[in-house]
Design a binder for this molecule. Structure first.
Ligand SMILES: Cc1ncc(C[n+]2csc(CCOP(=O)(O)OP(=O)(O)O)c2C)c(N)n1
Length: 360
């Protein structure tokens, strides 16, 4: 059986995070709505036969990649997986480029070489994922090792699911990060299922306890509360930059769609899905901002769906890639394109001078 919805109710938390201004909170809701709208439209295009391959999304888990990435500085790279479109959006990947990616177009992020999984804009500090789970843990740990050796004030972030915690590389990455006190944040999206395998068939000792066994600070938050995820990541980042080492943040959540569009999730009990529907991260945050800021959420939704519809139209008009180009960029022939650049850092807590300093 997967996770029950018996954890703290975010609606009960009055006020929200003191680290966030009203504009920050609206920005968070905007990213949440954007992620859902982009993936909803992507799924519709897939069902129309316009997206090659399969289609994967993070419905129900939006608060995790959005909240965590919002806490990061421009120089902090992220390693998102298939549930983490929010990381791409917060770092600054354009919605048009994402649709170009879905549709395999020349102006998609990977120039039409891939579908909706293995892509990332390195110039924004986003690494395209390696599918073998949990290899991006090792990549993020290696990045953090590099930052430490070079004395750079940056931390790396890796997202992964509960299933990834059962594989050997997870343990090696945790152990190495713990031993060398590396500036890395491990974001565990514990949705109770690894494809169709529930967590009680996945591990005997919870990931938090295993993390502590490797000397990694570990905490658990409500993954459907975007501000809780933001705060936990903010704290973990400060600890990493202070030299206090790695943190694992378990975000308790539920995947509300199948593993991919081909999976009807019939292995998940209906009652569990219903229970989690009432804890939808976007509905809850919309309710809070209507209450706290008297925000007109409907107008925001309309604006976002228009943006998304226009971006999808623009991508449908993009050319297909030139077949002659298919093998270019497969191997690293030119180091200049391989550099990890600076992403956007929209949180108001980063002053303009901090962002400039990172760029210098
Ligand atoms: C080493 C390895 N084995 C199997 C797979 C196939 N696979 C892709 S995703 C997945 C389930 C992952 O579950 P989890 O990490 O809990 O993430 P979730 O799908 O729940 O978001 C599996 C088995 C893989 N990518 N890598």
């Amino acid at each position: 059986m997967g996770l029950g919805a018996n954890n703290v109710d975010a609606d009960a938390r009055p006020g929200g995070s003191e680290l966030l201004t009203s504009n920050d909170r609206v920005a968070l809701l905007r990213y949440l709505l954007l992620m859902r709208a982009v993936e909803g439209k992507g799924l519709a295009l897939y069902k129309q036969g316009k997206v090659p391959g399969s289609f994967y999304d993070g419905r129900g888990q939006e608060a995790i990649s959005v909240g965590a990435t919002f806490a990061l500085g421009p120089g902090d790279p992220v390693c998102p997986l298939i549930r983490d479109m929010g990381a791409h959006l917060v770092k600054g990947t354009s919605v048009e480029a994402i649709f170009g990616q879905y549709l395999g177009r020349a102006e998609g992020v990977s120039g039409g070489r891939e579908g909706n999984i293995h892509f990332g804009e390195r110039r924004l500090g986003v690494l395209g994922m390696v599918s073998m789970l949990p290899d991006m843990m090792v990549v993020a740990t290696g990045l953090a090792m590099g930052f430490k050796l070079r004395g750079e004030e940056r931390c790396a972030v890796s997202f992964f699911g509960d299933g990834a915690t059962s594989v050997g590389d997870w343990h090696e990455a945790m152990n190495w990060a713990g031993v060398y006190r590396l500036p890395v944040i491990f974001i565990l999206e514990n949705n109770g299922w690894a494809y169709s395998t529930p967590t009680n068939k996945q591990y005997a000792v919870p990931p938090l306890e295993r993390a502590r066994g490797y000397g990694v600070e570990a905490r658990s938050v409500d993954g459907n509360d975007v501000e809780a995820v933001f705060e936990a990541t903010h704290d973990a980042r400060l600890a990493a930059l202070r030299g206090d080492g790695p943190t694992l943040i378990e975000c308790r959540t539920m995947r509300m769609h199948g593993h991919g569009a081909h999976d009807d999730m019939s292995y998940v009990p209906t009652e569990l899905v219903e229970e989690w529907s009432s804890r939808d991260p976007i509905d809850r945050y919309s309710k809070r901002l209507r209450r706290d800021l008297e925000l007109d959420v409907d107008s925001l939704r309309t604006e976002i769906s228009e943006t998304v519809a226009e971006a999808a139209e623009a991508a449908l008009a993009m050319p297909m890639p030139d077949p002659e180009e298919a093998t270019s960029g497969v191997f690293c022939e030119d180091q200049s394109g391989a550099t990890l650049g600076l992403g956007e850092a929209p949180w108001s807590g980063f002053s303009a001078s901090e962002v400039q300093q990172a760029a210098a």
